[in-house]
Design a protein around this ligand. Structure first.
Ligand SMILES: *Cc1c(COP(=O)(O)O)cnc(C)c1O
Length: 372
């Protein structure tokens, strides 16, 4: 009997993606082994945290890195590191505002407010311009937060334009790129494009421990972040990065930079093709391959299988899938199921297809006599 059985919590087939609420991603055996190994000895956590940051920065080819307990923790810590409290006497020195384009607001940005930073929204819907951004900057601006997935959204500004406005202002530009992998090149693209810090989840495509994340970028800012992190008694003290997590993330990054990105994309493509063929054969399903044009769904580079469920709303089918045996987690986009192959194993596909075919049928009790 396994631990999930013991707790009466059934494992899911994840056709949704690296969604934290269903577990994010699965760790490679080497990552689990690094965590096991780390669990066997005591170690100086200050030193381990710092050395891990240096090693990850080297592996990723960035200036500096700070290990956090997730991307959300990274947002809180980066905002706190950018904040100037004025506690040392000069109230005119207070910087406690985080400027965000309206099109970049997300449910994750509350993380920057935890340390007392206030959000200042720029632009109305689809109308933000560089001048609006310039006008929103005040002596109290501590940072500008840029949501990578909203880069192309209506009302967004190009990262380079935002960086241009901030030129010489001494205000860090922080990019939330938690789930913007693949492509791996995104790890550099935002920094090269003018970001001072980039925040990534360790528990999504990097496939490190679920409670891990990274702040990457400028060494002086990373040093300030590190000073606020566990095991120091700053805002990050409660966002613990234990020795096992740190070790696991280092190993995961090491594996990540060596992964064959093209081969993975091909494997996802093959899974999508197989699903489209198998599901498309059902009279109540219409299946197609879809690559995301619209911004806001991460990561856009992974192909999806989109499935229209004739006669039953897609959301209803998704709810039945979630309640089924085995349970399946799947996204819904408009009137279609959105199947993301990112966390699927090809061996799960026949089971997934059968589960969807079962879910499209009305429950036996309401089935009309003699009909479907
Ligand atoms: C997932 C996500 C986060 C949070 O990441 P965690 O590692 O789960 O804390 C933050 N921002 C965005 C845009 C995300 O997609």
């Amino acid at each position: 009997m396994g631990i999930y059985d013991e707790l009466g919590v059934a494992p899911l087939i994840n056709a949704w993606g690296t969604v934290t609420a269903v577990g994010g991603s699965l760790m490679a055996p080497e990552v689990v082994e690094a965590m096991r190994e780390a669990s066997l000895s005591f170690v100086d956590l200050h030193l381990l945290h710092r050395r891990a940051g240096e090693e990850i920065a080297r592996l990723l080819g960035v200036e500096a890195a700070c290990v956090t307990s997730g991307a959300a923790a990274g947002l809180t810590i980066a905002a706190a590191a950018s904040r100037i409290s004025g506690a040392d006497g000069d109230p005119s020195a207070i910087r406690d505002e985080c400027v965000i384009l309206r099109a970049h607001r997300s449910r994750y940005d509350q993380a920057v407010t935890i340390g007392g930073t206030r959000i200042v929204e720029v632009g109305a819907g689809s109308a933000a311009g560089a001048d609006d951004l310039r006008a929103a900057l005040t002596p109290r601006t501590a940072l500008v937060l840029y949501l990578a997935e909203a880069e192309e959204a209506p009302g967004s500004l190009a990262l380079g334009d935002v960086a241009g406005v901030l030129e010489g202002a001494g205000v860090p530009l922080v990019v939330d790129a938690a789930a913007e992998l693949p492509p791996r090149s995104n790890l550099h693209r935002f920094l090269d494009g003018g970001a001072d810090l980039v925040i990534v989840s360790g528990g999504k495509e990097i496939r490190g421990p679920q409670s891990s994340g990274l702040i990457l970028g400028r060494a002086d800012l990373i040093a300030r972040c590190t000073a606020l992190c566990f095991p120091n008694h700053g805002i990050g003290r409660g966002m613990k990065t234990d020795k096992e997590t740190i070790a696991g993330l280092v190993r995961a990054v090491d594996l990540y930079v060596r992964r064959d990105e093209r081969a993975e994309l091909l494997a996802w493509d093959r899974m999508v093709a197989e699903l489209v063929t198998a599901l498309g054969a059902h009279p109540l399903l219409r299946a197609r391959r879809h690559t995301l044009g619209a911004p806001g769904i991460q990561p856009a580079s992974i192909p999806r299988a989109y499935v229209a469920t004739l006669g039953t709303p897609a959301a209803e089918v998704a709810a039945r899938l979630r309640a089924g045996h085995p349970a399946v987690a799947v996204g819904v986009d408009g009137e279609e199921l959105a199947i993301n192959p990112q966390c699927l194993d090809p061996r799960q596909l026949p089971t997934l297809v059968r589960a969807i075919e079962r879910a499209i049928q009305p429950p036996a009790s309401v089935r009309p006599l003699g009909g479907l």
